[in-house]
Design a protein around this ligand. Sequence first.
Ligand SMILES: [Zn+2]
Ligand SMILES: [Zn+2]
Ligand SMILES: [Zn+2]
Length: 357
Amino acid sequence: MPLILENYIPDDNSYLTHGKCRICLERANSINFGVFCCKACKAFFMRSSTNKYKKYVCKFNQACLNDPEKIKKCKFCRWDKCLKNGMSINEERVAKLKNPPNKFTQPNPLESNQSIISKQTDSFNCEHYVKSDHTRILILNQLKEITCELYKENTMEFSSPVLIANYIANSCQKRVYNYTEEFNQFIREERFKVFQKHSNSIVKILKDLPCFLNISKNDLKTMISTHFFPTLSVMYLKFFINDDYYFMFDNDVQLNRDVFAALYNVKARDYAFDYLFTMKSLNMSEKELGLLIPFFLCLTSSNLENGELVGQVFHYYKCALFHEFKLNKRTNEFLNKFNQIASFGPLLNKMLMDTAK
Ligand SMILES: [Zn+2]
Ligand SMILES: [Zn+2]
Ligand SMILES: [Zn+2]
């Protein structure tokens, strides 16, 4: 029976936000003075920058920076945090993320088979969003930082299971299971738990990711289900070690090649493992992996209510991701492999959902 992924995704409108304010952690309304922040912090920064800041003192030995309660009360630390996050009176007052280029079409890797990275030079230019080059880099860097923080936050719980996975992988003991009716039932239930958990983390990440503000609930659901397995692969990539998978169901049963084949079929398993192998071989940094989540989600192009809007958000995260690739001096070989997994993701996703037992 094919899986209906939409059922896992909670009906919750609250994730349609512009992300957290970088200063006080409340909801950001847009980019103000070059930084994602809320109206209150924007007003505070504007007031303070007229020399007022010189009179600020901290009564708590400048320890208010990371306390959302204190930061709004202590002007000294709030001002300090604004500067540390790169707020500058010279930046454009407000830079909304949703000013699209006039002629923008989202690539559709499934239908046209065109390369996602074919217009590589174009990927590094997104001056159509903000006027100055400096502000553009500042915003891209923030986008990367926020995405990476969210990725780390939502994969943190895997750190000790990954250690155990590495230990098991190095011990080289092959785990063989007996596929009784009871065992099959068990692994399907465990898979269900993983799916539910993954869908919750994606929703949690989207709540705080900038740019997803105006995308409708239906479109978000479509995006999450079209790239369910690709985003899951990104989150659980560290469990893929030496060409096998070491995620443990209920801390006990290894989701290895054989168990995976029992959950789908041999052919789908082989495609999935090739996909994971290629993704792993790219050796991506945590920043790159984090950016892959919004990049993959927005790569969805069919069955959307507002494909144009998703295309704009896609373009934005693509700029951030490719800016990071450029900084990391990624080779053409890397980009070709990357293109392969990006194009193949939705097909693999469909194959797995159709063959799921
Ligand atoms: Zn704020
Ligand atoms: Zn203070
Ligand atoms: Zn751009």
